[in-house]
Design a protein around this ligand. Structure first.
Ligand SMILES: CC(C)(COP(=O)(O)OP(=O)(O)OC[C@H]1O[C@@H](n2cnc3c(N)ncnc32)[C@H](O)[C@@H]1OP(=O)(O)O)[C@@H](O)C(=O)NCCC(=O)NCCS
Length: 211
């Protein structure tokens, strides 16, 4: 498989929103109903300042092999199917995520640390590869393409805490030099503990090893 990793405009993501959300629920192991509930939120995110999205595509023949004959063929490029999606946008003090994370950092590390961490960042909001094509370095390519040219001092993200940091998301973030900002943090309304991770931008190509 030789997937193509490329940036998506807001209208291209809107065109492929159902495809992107089906990758999201498959990757996260969520029921399909979650995709319908998330659709308005993803559409609203595309209007935010600094929004950037990147998709990973594979050819129609490969898509049929991986996903079967029901694969939706996108109108503008019938030979390609979406297999990975990543997006993010500029952090802003009016956003719920900013306010939650700021309170968390203030509680644990103090106001000065919160000011530094949140001064100028890009929030990596979503990063998902379809389970059938995970573990082939596609997530890393997608993330590097997404962060390429992002004009902020730092990139921040939240990811569920996993014992021993032993899943692909954690291995990827550590490989790319993400450090701890906050650990075992609980967002309002979600009982799961999350880690907030961050690193400086830009990511230099030589900083990440190749397989
Ligand atoms: C997390 C996720 C995006 C990573 O994408 P991916 O394409 O599966 O994985 P990567 O691009 O990191 O590729 C990793 C694989 O490349 C290979 N690899 C080996 N050495 C490598 C190296 N030095 N550099 C890069 N890849 C290497 C390995 O096979 C490795 O698999 P492993 O992690 O099992 O060892 C994807 O697995 C996913 O969607 N997971 C579910 C959803 C999720 O957790 N999203 C993040 C929420 S915060």
């Amino acid at each position: 498989m030789h997937p193509l990793v490329t940036d998506l405009s807001p209208s291209q993501l809107r065109e492929r929103l159902n495809e992107a959300l089906s990758i999201y629920v498959a990757a996260m192991g969520y029921p399909p109903s979650v995709a319908r509930r998330r659709a308005p939120m993803w559409a609203e995110h595309a209007l935010r300042r600094g929004w950037k999205a990147t998709g990973a595509f594979t050819s129609g023949v490969e898509a049929l092999t991986h996903f079967g004959p029901q694969t939706r063929q996108p109108r503008e490029n019938p030979s390609n199917a979406l297999v990975g999606i990543a997006y993010g946008y500029s952090g802003d003090s009016q956003q719920w995520w900013y306010q939650q994370v700021r309170n968390g950092i203030c509680d644990v590390r103090g106001v000065a640390a919160a000011d530094v961490e949140l001064e100028d960042y890009f929030e990596l909001t979503e990063l998902h590869i379809h389970p059938l094509v995970q573990g082939r370095n596609l997530g890393q390519s997608l993330l590097l393409q997404l962060l390429n040219g992002v004009d902020h001092k730092r990139v921040l993200l939240s990811t569920p805490e996993i014992a021993g940091e032993s899943n692909r998301a954690w291995r990827l973030y550590r490989r790319l030099g993400f450090d701890d900002v906050l650990r075992n943090f609980r967002f309002d309304g979600d009982p799961r503990p999350f880690a907030i991770l961050g690193r400086s931008l830009p990511v230099q190509p030589l900083e990440c090893s190749t397989p």
